[in-house]
Design a protein around this ligand. Structure first.
Ligand SMILES: Nc1nc2c(c(=O)[nH]1)N[C@H]1C(S)=C(S)[C@@H](COP(=O)(O)OP(=O)(O)OC[C@H]3O[C@@H](n4cnc5c(=O)[nH]c(N)nc54)[C@H](O)[C@@H]3O)O[C@H]1N2
Ligand SMILES: Nc1nc2c(c(=O)[nH]1)N[C@H]1C(S)=C(S)[C@@H](COP(=O)(O)OP(=O)(O)OC[C@H]3O[C@@H](n4cnc5c(=O)[nH]c(N)nc54)[C@H](O)[C@@H]3O)O[C@H]1N2
Ligand SMILES: [Mo]
Length: 755
């Protein structure tokens, strides 16, 4: 049965504005932290304060007194919550009972307070000491036949210092098994861009938004997932800069936005229109759009116009001809059919791009989560190369990362395919020989669990089983393990779907103070634009038993590596010693780390393409060809719909803040499907019909999710959307980009079946 309380009421106000202000107040109230939370918000993203635990968008150099957004406030309120998960809580509930509860309910129970160990006899988590916890981890790790039987997951909230030490611990232990949240997220950026432009990061910094002449926002729901970026879009629009939004969902904030920080707009109920061009793309249609735009450019060049930046192309690039030749073979009918966009609009987008002297292309999961996601991003890199949009103000490629430190974690060594240069550095700096063979990414780690070749799972943050594809299969994979360890702030499903032995270890959160024998410590974070800044928590830790992540890593190392010569104990107390080692392993970007981090604004890590230096094998920026127009294997089945799994406005990944999705007009329910009315009628469905979805796959496994309510929504024909993680059971484990390992969560082939 669908939820009878579901309300659907299209939201026709601008995004942001008083709705955002009200939502901020509401979440502080719900978590009973109005005073404490409001005070903490004043320190968020301020010099001397802590970095917002929500998204990875940079903050604006202290230009504003309040540098947070509605969704940052939600993240903070849920972290600073007055609610606690205590030993009494665990005594009251068996794990089997807790499994019956929703993700939302689990989240609302509050902060974890002490280490807990699973007891099979009572089916409950019982309190245990930290010493016992580390001894258990040491015992299991030392009992393995091979270090490759352990999987070390990282989620992107972990700060640089803890992530760096974790990467050293795991490598000294002897494996490169580093599944991480990035493997499900921006890995196509990390893998797809290096062969093209030499780095797997964005080339844009915040100031560039002030100089851009055109901004494209492709496959990214800015108003929900990086709301602070709305400030930059609003400023750009006020300067008259065209903004092109490319999305199968007409996301509210991309259409109209009121800046909650703009007093006059707030007082007058004013707003700023955002997209000057809204491109209602089919799922996966971006490749055809980009190629259509390139075709317009090449056609006009062929007619003798000077459209491309020939000086730049000659000096800095290789391979443009092959891209041109491929693009010129495509005909307009196919480009229109694959993108779902009229030729006239593709030409308008091309015109905006051609006229702009400096263009930024931003993108999110709408581009990365396809079967050929990495190669799709190479086409974004191509189009920017054509007009030399690198290495000058206002131009470049701008992946909008997810977790607040996901980029930083990758930079400091969370990488299942490390380079030999890096491994040599680790050897020289730490004096041990790290393993050279590649380790597992996220999907491979689930496969190893299924095959019984993985025996231990350690989760440094995150909610692995809920985030990965094929929920049911992932659950059975986790349950085969000998030990699962959840290092976390909050109770989540990952702690309930556990191995034979299991631990839940509570950590000190981002907003909280870290005091050691050497005094107050701070950590560092790298945002989506390669700025490294210090983060100092201001709140008292949720419980005296919560442990900083750095200390947890060091004590795991001391338990699992009894022979190690690395001074783990000293790192527990003095984080500057860790930063010195980061500087030693990465001298090109992190030299003088301890000095440079004293600047309250932090510092910017070098991104070579900004200097027009190309760290590719050819020493140039490379145009790369992706033949054809499909970013997902075409399926010849008239009943097929492409399903994009997306985030609501009230969730942070697997953390559900509420059942509402204000900007899309959905209240009290998450089991909904956004569908074009004609697709609904074509299937003989009544408005608000309750349906089930089934995945179209050939592996013989039946994947189905029931009790979904169909909502008529302006989706392109053939495209539907629904919420992650509820729909993850439909996403086959094997359905991922082979270059990056990233599951194609935005293009699951499904059909509607009777409810
Ligand atoms: N409040 C909040 N902030 C967050 C998060 C959160 O859950 N909540 N998560 C964080 C994380 S880890 C990440 S990775 C980011 C995610 O931020 P986003 O990348 O914005 O994430 P999604 O909601 O997954 O969806 C992105 C958009 O892609 C569109 N889309 C789907 N398919 C296609 C397609 O084929 N083409 C195009 N052009 N668009 C498509 C969807 O309609 C949606 O608007 O946000 C981060 N910030
Ligand atoms: N179908 C589908 N699947 C997806 C996606 C999608 O769009 N569609 N998106 C993918 C993406 S982009 C991502 S990034 C992944 C997210 O995957 P994860 O990063 O694994 O998931 P989160 O929900 O962000 O993790 C939440 C948990 O982290 C813990 N936590 C919070 N703060 C801290 C902290 O400071 N320290 C520690 N140690 N723990 C903390 C809390 O206990 C909380 O329950 O999911 C991916 N899965
Ligand atoms: Mo992400």
């Amino acid at each position: 049965m669908a939820d009878e309380n579901l309300r659907f009421k299209p939201y026709d106000h601008p995004a942001g504005g008083w709705g955002a202000a009200a939502a901020t107040a509401k979440v502080l109230l719900e978590q009973s932290v109005v005073t404490k939370g409001s005070r903490a918000l004043l320190a968020m993203n301020q010099p001397g304060g802590f970095k917002c635990p929500s998204c990875a968008f940079p903050d604006a150099d202290c230009k504003k007194t309040l540098e947070f957004c509605e969704n940052g406030a939600k993240a903070l309120a849920h972290e600073a919550t007055k609610f606690r998960v205590t030993r009494e809580f665990f005594a009251q509930h068996t794990v089997t009972e807790l499994m019956e509860k929703s993700d939302y309910w689990l989240e609302m129970q509050g902060r974890l307070t002490e280490p807990m160990r699973y007891d099979a006899k009572s089916d409950k988590y019982l309190p245990c000491s930290w010493d016992e916890a580390f001894a258990l981890i040491g015992k299991h790790l030392l009992a393995l036949d091979s270090p490759h039987e352990a999987e070390f997951y990282t989620s992107g909230r972990t700060p640089n210092e803890a992530a760096f030490l974790y990467s050293i611990l795991v490598r000294q232990f002897g494996t490169n098994n580093f599944p991480d949240c990035s493997n499900m997220c921006h890995e196509p950026t990390s893998r797809g861009l290096p062969p093209a432009i030499g780095v797997g990061k964005g080339t844009v910094i915040l100031e560039d938004f002030e100089h851009a002449d055109a901004i494209f926002v492709i496959g990214q729901n800015t108003g929900t997932n990086s709301p602070r970026m709305m400030t930059n879009l609003v400023e750009a629009r006020k300067r008259g800069v065209p903004i092109v939004a490319v999305n199968p969902m007409p996301e509210r904030a991309l259409i109209k936005f009121t800046e909650p920080q703009d007093v006059i707009q707030m007082a007058t109920f004013g707003s700023t229109p955002i997209a000057s061009e809204f491109v209602h793309i089919k799922i996966g249609g971006d490749l055809a759009l980009l190629k259509g735009m390139m075709k317009v450019m090449f056609e006009r060049e062929a007619k003798g116009e000077k459209i491309l930046d020939h000086a730049f192309l000659a000096e800095h690039t290789l391979g443009m001809e092959a891209v041109r030749d491929e693009v010129m073979t495509l005909d307009w009918a196919d480009l229109v059919a694959h993108s779902g966009i009229e030729e006239a609009q593709i030409r308008r987008c091309a015109e905006i791009y051609i006229r702009s002297k400096a263009t930024i292309i931003c993108y999110g999961m709408g581009l990365t989560q396809h079967q050929l996601g990495s190669q799709l991003l190479q086409q974004v890199a191509n189009i920017l190369l054509l007009k030399g949009n690198y290495g000058r103000p206002g131009a470049g490629i701008s992946p909008i990362r997810g977790h607040s430190n996901v980029q930083g974690d990758r930079t400091v060594g969370i990488d299942e395919k490390p380079t030999q240069v890096y491994l040599d550095r680790v050897r020289d700096v730490f004096g041990f020989e790290p393993p050279r063979e590649h380790g597992h990414h996220t999907v491979e780690s689930v496969e190893a669990m299924l095959h019984g070749t993985a025996k231990v799972f350690i989760g440094m943050g995150g909610n692995f089983v809920r985030a990965v594809p094929d929920t049911d299969i992932a659950y059975s994979a986790m349950r085969k393990l000998n030990l699962t360890v959840g290092i976390a702030t909050k109770l989540n499903r990952g702690h309930l779907v556990h191995g034979k032995d299991a631990l839940i270890l509570p950590v000190v959160a981002r907003s909280e103070r870290i005091e050691t024998s050497a005094g107050e410590q701070f950590v560092t974070i790298e945002d989506s634009m390669s700025n490294v800044t210090a983060s100092r928590g201001v709140l008292t830790p949720a419980s005296e038993h919560c442990m900083p992540e750095v200390e947890i890593v060091c004590r795991m190392a001391m338990a699992a590596l009894p022979e190690s010569k690395i001074p783990w104990e000293s790192y527990i107390h003095d984080y500057s010693l860790i930063r010195d080692k980061i500087a030693a392993v990465y001298p090109e970007i992190y030299a003088d780390f301890s000095e440079r981090i004293k600047d309250p604004k932090g510092f910017h890590l070098d991104v070579a393409p900004r200097r027009l230096v190309w760290l590719t094998p050819t020493g140039k920026a490379n145009f790369l060809v992706l033949p054809g127009l499909d970013v997902n294997t075409p399926i010849d089945d008239p009943t097929m719909l492409r399903l994009a799994t997306v985030r609501s406005h009230d969730q942070f990944n697997t953390t559900i803040y509420s059942y509402n999705d204000r900007y899309r007009g959905v209240y009290n329910d998450r089991m909904v499907l956004f569908m074009n009315e004609d697709d609904r009628i074509a299937r003989g469905l009544e408005p608000r019909a309750t349906v089930a979805l089934e995945t179209i796959s050939t592996d013989g496994i039946k994947r189905r999710v029931d009790a979904l309510t169909v909502i008529d929504y302006p989706m392109p024909r053939g495209a539907i959307a629904g919420y992650y993680p509820e729909l993850n059971p439909l996403l086959p484990l094997d359905y991922y980009d082979r270059i990056s390992g990233t599951p194609a969560a935005k293009s699951i082939p499904v059909r509607v079946v009777a409810a």
